[in-house]
Design a binder for this molecule. Sequence first.
Ligand SMILES: [Zn+2]
Ligand SMILES: [Zn+2]
Length: 352
Amino acid sequence: MALSRGLRCCQRIFSWIPVVIISSVVLWSYYAYVFELCFFTISNTLEKVTYILVFHVCFVMFCWTYWKAIFTPPATPSKKFHMSYTDKERYEMEERPDAQKQILFDIAKRLPIFTRAASGAIRFCDRCQFLKPDRCHHCSVCETCVLKMDHHCPWVNNCVGYSNYKYFLLFLSYSSIYCVFIASTVFRYFLKFWMGELPNGPAKFHVLFLLFVSVMFFVSLEFLLGYHCWLVAKNRSTLEAFSAPVFQGGPDKNGFNVGMRRNLQQVFGEDRRLWFVPVFTSQGDGQYFPMKSLSYSESNNPLLANEEKWDDDEEDEEEQEEEEQQRRGRRVSDEEDTDGPDDPSVTIEIDS
Ligand SMILES: [Zn+2]
Ligand SMILES: [Zn+2]
């Protein structure tokens, strides 16, 4: 027990290494650009001031978005997706798999869940005891279910998902701009040092490495940024790009693709002035997403047929719980009479 706690503690410390590496490179680039290049190498005052001003704008935006991507906690499903104590007790007491399926089926009826596991099962996380909302996945690193999980990113030591996807995209964009600005302004002085027009000294090596590191980072960032721009345009997460979400009618990789403009608005919000500012403007609650086809929506969802629609109002939870108790009571008596409904499509998915 103590050993596993110690290992977990070590793992937590080591997981910060990529962030420390990135931060160290950025701090060094600040020193090399502002002091070695602008203060000690450039003699023209106008050029010096312009470079320093633009550099600081890029630097602040980069740090702001990086900070937000790292320290925004991943969003987890709300309480209504959590298996209540009574449901859990009922579920654990039940030994027949079909009856267990039925319990999950009953709970799913009052929730906005439209996606399934590959087997057609209701997606259930055994570790968090959550019925997984659409696009939600369990992250084994964060040890929690994460809404609209994209991937767990070691470079930000955080899960990229609904709560910070906009920040992650802005981080990629501003770090690209940061690299382009450094490379384009440093190149002229790199040539001057190379041609021997400027004296040898520490600045020469800082300028040389600034160019080399910024070009190297820019090239690798562009692949990632390009890929994520394509994902946003198609409204897919990285996980969904590898494994298409499964709906009632089967897998559909474009299931959440509602057109380029609306796809962008889902991540960046409706106010275009805030698209490039790292403040939270993503639409919705991360638990329900508009779908391409009406056939996936609640109007045709057999799980919701003849049932009251799900309610977003958290304050009504107690009331809902009471209604649910009553409904359960009714259903149990119905089942006694009719042996209960039998839906073979509903199976239990236990995350591995
Ligand atoms: Zn989970
Ligand atoms: Zn994670």
